[in-house]
Design a protein around this ligand. Structure first.
Ligand code: IMP
Ligand code: MG
Length: 191
């Protein structure tokens, strides 16, 4: 396999990997600043608590690693994995838990850490599922909120960016398990 060619084109925004062009949407610097800001808000809001951060694998692994270091209070970590896409760019609509929590969240303050909200189905499913376990509160921190019409409004207390309705990759997000380790967020252009 060839190395990623993380080289910007003349217009200063394209990255090429084999035949794939990825157009820069959110740079590392912009991500970093926003995550700092979100971390500070979370720190202020949970000052006297020990919230449990539930990171939704696999897409949010980089986001949670970065934001947790901007949260300056004790937190507990747990991880859940859900699958709704398979290897396609279109949600199958069926959400499946492929890895459940290790901890009991009853009476705990839960903060769900999500990479991206698209149709909102995954998040709605997760909230419902977690509510049944009687935590004292559930809030959502999502890095990206796609501009998609949704029947049910999602409650995202801590939001990074509103983005256009495009399939994005990088910073933990994949297309068919590729591009998660690209350090910025972009979208695949030539398809
Ligand atoms: P939803 O259930 O349609 O909201 O989809 C949520 C999940 O699908 C996210 O947690 C991501 O893992 C994945 N996903 C949605 N949109 C994208 C995208 O543009 N790029 C990569 N993964 C995405
Ligand atoms: Mg995913």
């Amino acid at each position: 396999m060839a190395e990623y060619e993380l080289v910007k084109n003349k217009d200063d925004s394209y990255i090429i990997d084999d035949d794939t062009k990825i157009k820069l949407l959110i740079s590392e610097k912009v991500l970093k600043d926003k995550i700092k800001e979100l971390g500070k808000k979370i720190t202020d809001d949970y000052k006297d608590d020990n919230p449990i951060l539930i990171a939704v694998l696999r897409g949010s692994f980089i986001f949670v690693a970065d934001i947790c270091r901007e949260i300056k209070i004790p937190v507990t970590f747990d991880f859940m994995a859900v699958s709704s896409y398979g290897n396609s760019k279109v949600s199958s609509g069926i959400v499946r838990i492929t890895k459940d929590l290790e901890f009991n969240i009853e009476g705990r303050k839960v903060l769900i850490i999500e990479d991206i909200i698209d149709s909102g189905r995954t998040l709605n499913y997760l909230i419902k599922n977690l509510e049944a376990r009687n935590p004292s509160s559930i809030e959502v921190c999502a890095l990206l909120d796609k501009d998609v019409p949704r029947k049910k409004k999602n409650k995202i207390r801590y939001k990074g960016f509103d983005i256009p309705n495009k399939f994005v990759v990088g910073y933990g997000l994949d297309y068919a398990e590729k591009y998660r380790n690209i350090p910025f967020i972009g979208y695949i252009e030539n398809e």
